[in-house]
Design a protein around this ligand. Structure first.
Ligand code: UD1
Ligand code: CA
Length: 473
């Protein structure tokens, strides 16, 4: 079936109490408006029209950066005069379109493709299909009014409903699939003669009903839940994250304590990878197959290649961890870290814009910033690249097979040649030739018997103090 989609997202979302447009608040890491757009694209809608009003520019920018500018059109609704008025704004963008139009809300992120497919199917040979649900408390919703045969007659908004109608617990979810050639004339027939003085989109249902051309599908309250405040936002976030972890588990990922993990929508994890409790995987993170991400790791916009292993409480951002590399516990890979295969980064190591070649190791207590490090390099404990002179950052280059002794300071810009060695405690201020030993530390001297001498001196001092105290009595 030929489809277009209209997303209503012009409302202010007053109950969010936010300066940010409601639809930009995040659910499982993504601005909530991305979800209906993703669904519209999944259903191959030929046109996606977003009706924007409140903070339209910010919403448009967010959508463009995610989907590209050509992926959707914007219809501005500067004054929010009702859902019918909102769809009217989208009509110019639908001109010439002759299929069915899906009408969705920008603040209903838990919607599923399955429900939308049922809705589209129900709209076949009909002017209008809509989604209804039964709720314990229908206050605020439009009520579904049916005749004695159960045929849908109309939707009555809460504020316009009689007491009898208010007792109806079947309500309008606000999702429709409408034949395009019916939509325009139906909208033209709307009036503001109602309790709110708005153009109600819901009134097109009665128009289609007189032509016996309405179908409805029912949904659970969860999947059509609208987000109006921060409590609902938290609930939707939790449900969406539950779906994300469930999908990953179904695809062959082991997750220990999935309810404790924060895995954002869109994160990729390969089969036979294992995720520990309290792990956060965010943004564009991609994790390969057979990886192990242990408890408490926070990984943002990073790539882990097959078999990579993050030990507990490792923080990784905008970095790449090569196949079979081991990182942590308590390591910090800052943006621009690029670890080759089989690299080992140990506890309390921080890296930033640092490339380490295959098999290199920095096992303990080290800072590597703005560094280009070859393969099979051993970085000893306590090594520091002194990359910042207070004004500018400088680069450290270390060749393949070099051995950096413990407690080396590399004062950048500096190059250590392949297979060179720096002695422990060396401050490297000049380039080191390949294969050479750089040694820059004070030569060790020895004072024989010094410890005894020192002890005797201390004993004498204490005796003198005691004698003084005795005389004073
Ligand atoms: C609407 C339905 C109601 C249904 C309910 C489900 C109408 C008249 N009523 O209620 O039957 O039970 O949804 O949630 O349609 N919007 C605009 N521009 C506007 C008005 C709304 O873009 O001028 C957008 C909002 O941003 C929101 C969506 O449309 O995403 C729904 O608006 P809202 O005011 O929450 O719906 P109601 O009219 O109360
Ligand atoms: Ca609402």
């Amino acid at each position: 079936m030929k489809l277009a989609a209209v997303l209503l997202a012009a409302g202010k979302g007053t109950r969010m109490k936010s300066d940010r447009a409601k639809v930009l608040h995040r659910v499982a890491g993504r601005p909530m408006i991305e979800y209906p757009v993703m669904l519209a694209r999944a259903l191959e809608a030929e046109r996606v029209v977003c009706v924007l009003g409140h903070q339209a520019e910010a919403v448009q920018a967010a959508l463009s950066s995610r989907f590209g500018e050509g992926a959707f059109e914007v219809a501005l609704q500067t004054e929010q005069r009702g859902t019918g008025h909102a769809v009217l704004q989208a009509m110019p963008a639908l001109s010439g379109f002759d299929g069915h139009v899906l009408i969705l809300y920008g603040d209903v992120p838990l919607l599923t493709a399955g429900l939308l497919r049922r809705l589209v199917e129900a709209s076949r040979d009909r002017l209008v299909a809509l989604v209804t649900m039964r709720v314990a408390d229908p206050t605020g919703y439009g009520r579904i009014v049916r005749d004695t045969e159960g045929r849908l007659v109309k939707i009555v908004e809460h504020k316009d409903a009689t007491l009898d109608e208010r007792a109806i617990d079947e309500v309008n979810a606000g999702l429709y699939c409408v034949r395009a050639d019916f939509l325009g004339p139906a909208l033209a027939g709307l009036s503001t003669d109602n309790a709110q003085g708005e153009l109600y989109l819901t009134d097109i249902v009665a128009q289609a009903a007189t032509r016996e051309s309405v179908a409805s599908v029912s949904a659970s309250a969860e999947e059509v839940m609208g987000i109006n405040d921060r409590a609902e936002l938290a609930k939707a976030d939790s449900i969406m994250r539950g779906r994300v972890t469930l999908d990953l588990m179904k695809s062959g990922v082991t997750i220990h304590g999935p309810e404790t993990c924060f895995i954002e929508h869109g994160v990729v994890v390969g089969p036979d990878s294992e995720i520990g409790p309290l792990v956060q995987l965010r943004g564009a993170t991609r994790i390969g197959a057979g990886c192990l991400v242990e408890a408490g790791c926070i990984v943002t916009d990073a790539v882990l290649e097959d078999g990579a292993h993050l030990k507990p409480y490792t923080v990784v951002a905008e970095s790449r961890v090569g196949a079979g590399a081991h990182v942590g516990p308590f390591a910090h890979l800052r943006p621009g870290s690029d670890l080759g295969a089989d690299v080992k980064i140990g506890n309390f190591v921080e890296t930033k814009k640092a490339r380490l070649g295959k098999g290199s190791k920095a096992s303990h207590l080290t800072y590597l910033g703005d560094a280009e490090i070859g393969a099979d390099v051993n970085i000893g404990c306590g090594t520091i690249t002194c990359n910042y002179d207070g004004y500018q950052k400088h680069k450290t280059v270390i060749g393949d097979g070099a051995f950096i002794g413990s407690d080396t300071q590399l004062v950048a810009p500096v190059t250590v040649g392949a297979n060179a060695i720096t002695a422990s405690g060396t401050t490297v201020t000049q380039d080191v030739s390949p294969g050479a030993l750089a040694l820059a530390r004070v030569k060790q001297t020895e004072i024989p018997g010094y410890a005894d001498k020192r002890r005797r001196r201390e004993e004498a001092r204490r005796k003198e103090l005691a004698d003084k105290a005795g005389k004073a009595k």
